[in-house]
Design a protein around this ligand. Structure first.
Ligand code: SAH
Ligand code: SF4
Ligand code: F3S
Length: 462
């Protein structure tokens, strides 16, 4: 077995991301993105709006006239990371380039605009996630008048339906397609409904057109995105129907989605997974916690038993389906016994993969107003560690069970650690690396699994 850090991976979730394309223009923008896939997809829209309006895009910070940071507010440490970055940029502006304009976009904008603009005078521009069409105006304002420019208005309609994003993926294999925005669920711990506003869905026709264009351009995979993607509904088309229609565009196009809520995971949707070969055999079903009283405090709208029977139904209707989840450790009033329910649920489900977090209180949320963040930091840490260790054993077991099996891998590119190897994912969303041979990115390659770690499969083409 290779050690975990010997294994090349394609994605570093914590690293800030940049749009792949660069271009020159009247003024050059350096755009850096933190947070979830939705933010990455939004930055593609921002890049498109900027380019249409004559701005250039650069990857070189020192060439930039404008630096824009697309921010995340989901946990305290996500915000801290952005704040440290802003401090760094501001001191550079002071020392080297007083004309540099700094802007904050995305999920921190709404919450922190007063502090960022007035109290701390950190930035020249604050733009919320529904105001990106206004960016050219705001940039002119910040440039011409030297005054701070701000638009953090949230919208009930904006879906950027007609804006053709500048794609991140320079290798043209895999693309994000935003299909809905906002969230109405109001889980008690979560800031997203406040930073992103109400749910709204984009028209099915424009989504299908965009996916067809991507196929024509040679893309082989789309991930349809929304904060609560499976509550999609527009013009009488629901999420299951939409996926079905996308899957008919081309058998060569793989379809994934993120991120779904268990309450909207219908049998109809499960049947689409089962029937359509190119709708991936993988569902992200964030459980958050394994105890029913906790789930109620979290306002997740399902009990432990309801969740477990959903998992059972998913495995019955979609044989071999791969499942992943999100888990929070140390939420308000969590007892040791409740925590053990999370561990026992993980044992019962045996997820292939999990994203695991320590609870971080977010101002304005229901939990911040009504409950006390009373689990001591070291207890939170210990519980999270137990959760991570358990998942790592389960993931390793699930990967070991793949040894000897064959999978069709869509090659996404060269593996990070070695040019001699390629990396891509299986239908079930597992990362596989294998020797390059004559294969290229964008190809489907049948691979036999020969070895693994808890994070990656190692294979050889057959
Ligand atoms: N809409 C998605 C979640 C988006 S946020 C869903 O419902 O699944 C991604 C994950 O961050 C959440 O699933 C949750 O596990 C975690 N998260 C959200 N708020 C958090 C907080 N205050 N503290 C710790 N983790 C949090
Ligand atoms: Fe947050 Fe819950 Fe909405 Fe997910 S479903 S974005 S956790 S409020
Ligand atoms: Fe972060 Fe906003 Fe996404 S808070 S996780 S960037 S929706």
């Amino acid at each position: 077995m290779q050690a975990l850090n010997d294994i090349p991976v394609l994605d570093d979730l914590d690293a800030p991301k940049q749009v792949a394309v660069t271009s020159s223009g009247k003024r050059n923008v350096y755009l850096e993105t933190y947070g979830c896939q939705m933010n990455v997809s939004d930055s593609e829209i921002v890049a498109s709006v900027l380019r249409e309006n004559g701005y250039g895009l650069t990857h070189d910070e020192s060439e930039a006239d404008i630096v824009l940071i697309n921010t995340c507010a989901i946990r305290e440490n996500a915000e801290q990371k952005v704040r440290r970055r802003l401090d760094e940029l501001r001191s550079r502006k002071k020392r080297h380039n007083p004309d540099l304009r700094l802007g904050v976009l995305g999920c921190m904008a709404e919450r922190l605009r007063h502090r960022l603009l007035e109290e701390e005078k950190l930035v020249d521009l604050v733009v919320g996630p529904d105001a990106y069409r206004d960016l050219p105006n705001l940039l002119s304002q910040a440039h011409d008048s030297g005054q701070a420019a701000v638009n953090v208005q949230l919208s009930r309609e904006e879906t950027y339906d007609d804006i053709s994003p500048v794609r991140y993926d320079s290798n043209g294999v895999s693309a994000f397609v935003s299909i809905m925005r906002g969230c109405d669920n109001m889980c008690s711990f979560c800031v997203v409904p406040f930073t992103r506003g109400r749910e709204r869905s984009r028209s099915a026709t424009s989504i299908l057109d965009e996916c067809s264009r991507l196929v024509d351009e040679g893309f082989r995979e789309v991930t349809v995105l929304g904060q609560n993607v499976n509550s999609y509904a527009a013009d009488g088309v629901g999420f299951a129907e939409l996926l079905y229609r996308i899957s008919q565009i081309s058998p060569e196009l793989r379809i994934r989605y993120s991120t779904s809520h268990p309450k909207d995971c219908s049998d109809e949707l499960l049947h689409v997974h089962a029937e359509r070969e190119n709708v991936c055999n993988y569902i992200h079903l964030p459980v958050q916690h394994g105890n029913t009283a906790m789930l109620e405090r979290m306002r997740r709208t399902y009990t432990r038993d309801e969740y477990l029977s959903l998992v059972e139904r998913a495995r019955l209707i979609v044989p071999g389906v791969s499942l992943s989840t999100d888990i929070i450790a140390g939420f308000c009033d969590e007892t040791e016994e409740e925590h053990r329910d999370t561990l026992s649920l993980m044992e019962a489900v045996r997820y292939d993969h999990a994203y695991m977090f320590m609870y971080s209180e977010r101002p304005t949320t229901y939990a911040a107003r009504k409950y006390e963040d009373n689990v001591p930091e070291e207890v939170k840490k210990r519980r999270l560690t137990e959760i991570i260790q358990l998942q790592s054993q389960i993931s390793l077991g699930s990967n070991q069970a793949e040894i000897g099996c064959e999978h069709v891998v869509l090659v996404e590119g060269t593996s990070r650690r070695s040019d001699a190897q390629l990396a891509g994912r299986t239908d079930s969303n597992k990362m596989v690396v294998f020797d390059r041979g004559d294969y290229e990115k964008g190809q489907y390659v049948r691979v036999r699994i020969t070895d693994c770690t808890s994070a990656t499969l190692i294979g050889e083409p057959v």
